[in-house]
Design a protein around this ligand. Structure first.
Ligand code: IPE
Ligand code: IPE
Ligand code: MG
Ligand code: MG
Length: 341
């Protein structure tokens, strides 16, 4: 990857920011293009199978790649040492495999029919295929880890995968109880933010950064991840589904208590409270749910929290040397607030 001089890169990123979230994302893709191509090759190899159905579903998953934020974060952190260290591409492929496996399981749990603008694997082939494909991806990710990473780094992947399933399980455990804001933060930390933190720590470890930098990057990943899941939960209420590539209005209808909902429920008068609980238990028209959540400032409240996490994440970077890669990590925290998909 050609590293541009800092000043021109800053101008490019400022221009991209003015042009909207798609343009911010494409600056990372452009910066990391050769690395991301190698990541795709690793993923293709990991998805190969002697069983035609596994290979067919693998090909389907490869055809629509998503935003690739986790490989991007891993590769950026890995480049903080100035060059791309050995193992960075494999680590980036692993985190994406782990992520896609979690999406396959999540879509079964949420009975989702659309992902990345196309029918989910569960909708197209059934839950059995989706579950087994996720298991296959996880196994391949750990196989790759064993081959290319030192044991402590494989350990990061193990604890992260465990936390992700605990997050989704806790959400199910609490399905019939009202969630506090702390419960919600625990869920999003486990199911989403731990993986972003792992990406940052894996990359930074490969780059050979010191303990203090590793700690700062781990926290950057966690806070970035919390902001990311909160904005995902807001987008479930506000996004244009075509652009988002997923159905909207499904979280509350599926019994998921997201932050905008939790806030609105705390503030609602008895009639609206009854309406919100009915929406959670057996669904209500999405537009009416959004109106009620908005009436109590639920969306604005959630966005403010996300902004706080994004700002803390950005502040963690102050401990790192100022260079073009650190600047891109700062830009990621802006992307999380401006994204529309
Ligand atoms: C979706 O993640 C799951 C969440 C943690 C909210 P992304 O929005 O990064 O999904 P893709 O990879 O771009 O499809
Ligand atoms: C959990 O959150 C996603 C994972 C961490 C796997 P959501 O259920 O909100 O994710 P989407 O909206 O389906 O991508
Ligand atoms: Mg889901
Ligand atoms: Mg969601």
């Amino acid at each position: 990857v050609h590293v541009q001089p800092k000043s021109s890169e800053n101008r490019a990123s400022e221009k991209a920011a003015r042009a909207g979230p798609g343009a911010i994302l494409s600056q990372f893709v452009a910066y990391l293009a050769p690395d991301l191509d190698e990541v795709d090759r690793e993923i293709r190899e990991a998805l190969a199978s002697q069983v035609d159905l596994t290979a067919e579903v693998g090909e389907y998953l490869r055809e629509s790649s998503g935003k690739r934020l986790r490989p991007i974060l891993t590769l950026l952190a890995a480049r903080l040492g100035g060059r791309r260290p050995e193992g960075a591409v494999q680590a980036a492929a692993m985190v994406e495999l782990l992520h896609v496996a979690s999406l396959l399981h999540d879509d079964v749990i949420d009975r989702a029919s659309l992902r990345r603008g196309r029918p989910t694997v569960n909708a197209r082939w059934g839950n059995d295929v989706a579950i087994l494909m996720a298991d296959y991806l996880l196994s391949r990710a750990f196989g790759l880890a064993l081959k290319s990473l030192r044991p402590p780094l494989v350990g990061i992947l193990c604890t992260t995968a465990a936390a992700m399933s605990e997050g989704e399980m806790f959400q199910i455990e609490k399905r019939h109880q009202l969630l506090s804001e702390d419960d919600y933060l625990f869920v999003i930390r486990c199911k989403t933010a731990e993986l972003f933190s792992a990406c940052a720590r894996l990359g930074a470890s490969l780059a050979g950064l010191d303990e203090e930098a590793l700690e700062a990057l781990g926290r950057y990943g966690l806070e970035f991840g919390c902001a990311f899941q909160i904005t995902d939960d807001v987008l479930d209420l506000t996004a244009d589904p075509k652009r988002l590539g997923k159905e909207i209005g499904t979280d509350i209808a599926c019994g998921k208590q997201t932050l905008p909902f939790i806030r609105a429920l705390q503030k609602a008068n008895p009639t609206d409270r009854e309406f919100l609980l009915a929406a959670l238990n057996d669904g209500r028209p999405p537009a009416e749910v959004v109106r009620c959540v908005n009436k109590y400032g639920g969306i604005e409240y959630a966005l403010e929290k996300a902004r706080g996490f994004a700002q803390s994440a950005r502040a963690r970077l102050e401990r790192l040397p100022e260079n073009s890669t650190t600047q891109l990590l700062a830009d990621l925290t802006r992307l999380v607030m401006e994204r529309t998909y």
